[in-house]
Design a protein around this ligand. Structure first.
Ligand code: NAD
Length: 362
């Protein structure tokens, strides 16, 4: 189906918080895309979705029924909690729909691999909802690395650290629904962009640890997001990991919902033999003509402060990418295979924390 023929029809599974960012992204594509159906187990979530995005959107409580009934739907946005990514994605692919599934791809790499296998079996497109690789800084650093400007990549430091930002909605504090805490919820963002920038090498081993010391207790300090549900909190507050790739590069990952640090950090630092980069400032570090240089590009523009696009813009770019890949066969920079490798990294860190030693990633 081309851009000029009938609209690309979308349905949603999960119409909570992030579904609205998907719908906003689709709305920028105007009449190229039409949202026709939505499914949620909560009527109020469905009602507020339909009130905002169209009263004519058909409502379902069970995604299997939606997939059975909505024969004309081309693609599905899966926007459910992590524990409800795998089954609806596989069911949607089997029903002949293209799928964008929110990050993290799944609860673990086993589920992620099954999802990728289903996409291949049913010859449908599967995109992972990784938006940070659409940021201009990620794109610029990826190009520098791909063209050999940094030489061999040696070490990558990934930081997604909140001083106090324990989610106070949804099921983000519950391991059985989410698979983990900050590592799988926000660490995944900076890990996916770092892994993308360095050319998606294969992870081979991981070591790591996790700690819970604050989220399972009532709030004491008056800063950050208040009143999370500490009684159901079963995830970590802080996770750290070190991953080895098949090309010899190492990646450290630090991620927290709550940590005793000066301030929040959202950054990737890359060190190569000939050059490096700091994602937060969009800065490239090199030696040239007998001097050390810190370089930024005026072309990065945007309103992200450090030369990046703002969150809405990268999210909209992710939604456009999905439609263009699924509808027009464009090459995907957020493909399922990347999702599986990122999930293997997360599994490796969690697996090592549980085992108390370094683990192999198979
Ligand atoms: N890319 C990003 O920046 C970003 C930001 C926030 C959340 N997310 C991801 O999006 C997903 C959802 O997060 P959220 O913040 O929207 O959570 P949310 O709790 O606001 O919404 C999830 C919705 O899914 C519904 N749901 C649960 N089980 C269902 C089922 N079996 N069938 C249909 N609906 C079901 C819930 O009722 C809820 O309305 C998570 O995987 C999260 O990691 C991504």
């Amino acid at each position: 189906m081309s851009k000029t023929s009938k609209p690309f029809k979308i349905a949603f599974i999960g119409t909570g918080g992030i579904s609205h960012a998907h719908a906003t992204g689709y709305s920028h594509l105007k009449d190229e895309v039409q949202i026709v159906a939505g499914c949620d187990i909560k009527q109020d979530a469905l009602d507020s979705f339909c009130n905002k995005w169209g009263k004519e959107i058909r409502q379902y409580k069970d995604y299997r029924e939606l997939l059975r009934e909505e024969k004309d739907v081309d693609a599905i946005s899966v926007c459910t909690p992590n524990g409800v990514h795998c089954d609806p994605t596989i069911a949607a692919l089997a029903a002949g729909k293209h799928v964008i599934v929110e990050k993290p791809m799944a609860m673990n790499a086993k589920e992620a691999k099954a999802m990728l296998a289903a996409a291949r079996k049913h010859k449908r497109h599967l995109t992972i909802g990784f938006q940070w690789r659409f940021d201009h800084r990620s794109q610029m650093i990826r190009k520098q690395i791909a063209s050999g400007e940094f030489g061999k990549i040696l070490y990558v430091r990934v930081q997604a650290l909140r001083r106090r930002g324990i989610p106070n909605w949804g099921v983000f504090g519950q391991k059985k629904h989410q698979g983990g805490g900050p590592m799988i919820d926000i660490g995944v963002h900076c890990t996916e962009m770092a892994h993308f920038m360095i050319g998606a090498p294969k992870p081979v081993t991981a070591t790591g640890n996790t700690w819970t010391y604050l989220g399972d207790k009532p709030m004491k300090a008056m800063c950050g997001w208040p009143n999370w549900d500490y009684k159901t909190y079963t995830v970590e507050d802080l996770a750290v990991g070190m991953v080895r790739f098949d090309n010899g590069a190492m990646m450290s990952i630090e991620s927290s919902f709550a940590a005793h640090i000066e301030k929040d950090v959202w950054n990737v630092t890359i060190m190569g033999e000939k050059g490096g980069a700091t994602w937060e400032t969009g800065m490239v570090h090199k030696d040239q003509d007998g001097y050390m240089w810190n370089m930024t590009s005026p072309c990065l523009g945007g309103s992200g402060g450090a030369g990046g696009l703002d969150w809405n813009n990268i999210f909209n770019a992710k939604m456009r990418n999905f439609v263009e890949c699924a509808r027009d066969g464009k090459e995907d920079i957020a493909e399922g295979e990347h999702g599986v490798m990122v999930q293997q990294i997360l599994d490796g860190v969690y697996g090592s924390a549980a085992a108390g030693k370094e683990v192999a990633i198979k």
